[in-house]
Design a protein around this ligand. Structure first.
Ligand code: ZN
Length: 284
């Protein structure tokens, strides 16, 4: 990033904390989440099973946790719970053991974004590639048409929390569950199938996060190729990292949370080049 982002001290903000999950709240949270994604070091892990090394949290209020907000949300009894895992999925075969040997998975996080998501979708359509979009609930609520467009093109929609709070694992159990439940609700409301995959903000995992994901029927997914495109390191850097992918890798990119023009430019050359190398793109 061009300028180090000052880590702002946590200042309790009761207004947001008490904000119930409502449409008005969604608009407010959407703006806040966008600010958070673009201004913080959005630190996804570096492909190793460890939490993000540089969590930043200038967008600090956690999800609104209000018992009344749970009304109408998917409940464990309404979804197929799965067994909690002790680590996330890092490679295609961790999730899809019968995937072809040349399978590779592209995951695209933090959208949907009205500027970048349509361009990414057009690019994927051009090269007949299906990907997995880890969407933020507040953005999904604000751009339901894009959620429908992602699903209509055959891509998978994964749950990436309601407002992308970091460090996610440091939230209370109730907040973690509310973040996941709220996002699940708005994604379904926007018109996508109920996600069965969950990606934690920053790849920040804990037993509580695994349990919450399982409670709502979701498998935790991570990645093993990280070009750190969120930090805008330059198109050549992003391209080089993505082109180093090996069979079975899960690639991480972003279409939301800030200026993603470098990501888009890199994908324009990377997608056809990876196809030319013989990779078969699969959704997770
Ligand atoms: Zn993210």
């Amino acid at each position: 990033m061009e300028n180090p982002v000052p880590i702002q001290p946590h200042v309790p903000q009761p207004r947001r904390r008490l904000l119930a999950w409502t449409a008005a709240g969604a608009a407010s949270l959407a703006a806040a989440a966008l600010a958070g994604c673009s201004e913080t070091a959005h630190a996804h892990g570096a492909g190793t099973p460890s939490p993000s090394a540089e969590p930043s949290d200038s967008f600090s209020p956690a999800a609104p946790v209000n018992p009344s907000a749970a009304a109408g949300l998917p409940t464990p009894s309404a979804t197929a719970t799965v067994a909690a895992r002790s680590k996330p999925v890092y490679t295609v075969r961790d999730l899809l053991p019968n995937a072809p040997g040349d399978a590779i998975a592209l995951t695209i996080d933090d959208g949907p974004n009205p500027l970048y998501t349509p361009q990414v979708l057009a690019l994927l359509r051009k090269y007949d590639i299906r990907a997995t979009f880890s969407v933020v609930g507040s953005e999904a609520h604000a751009h339901k048409d894009l959620i429908r467009a992602i699903a209509a093109d055959g891509h998978t929609v994964a749950n990436h929390t309601m407002t992308h709070p970091q460090p996610f694992s440091k939230r209370s159990d109730a907040q973690i569950q509310q973040q996941i439940a709220d996002a699940q609700s708005v994604i379904v409301d926007a018109g996508a199938p109920a996600p069965t995959l969950f990606r934690s903000p920053g790849g920040d995992w804990s037993p509580a996060v695994f349990q919450a994901a399982a409670k709502y029927g979701m498998t935790p997914i991570d990645w093993d190729v990280d070009p750190r495109d969120w930090s805008r390191p330059g198109v050549p850097h992003i391209t080089e990292k993505l082109m180093a992918a090996r069979p079975g890798d899960i690639l991480l990119c972003h279409d939301g949370g800030g200026d993603r023009s470098q990501t888009l430019d890199a994908l324009k050359s990377v997608l056809p080049a990876l196809k030319a190398k013989g990779f078969a793109f699969v959704t997770l």
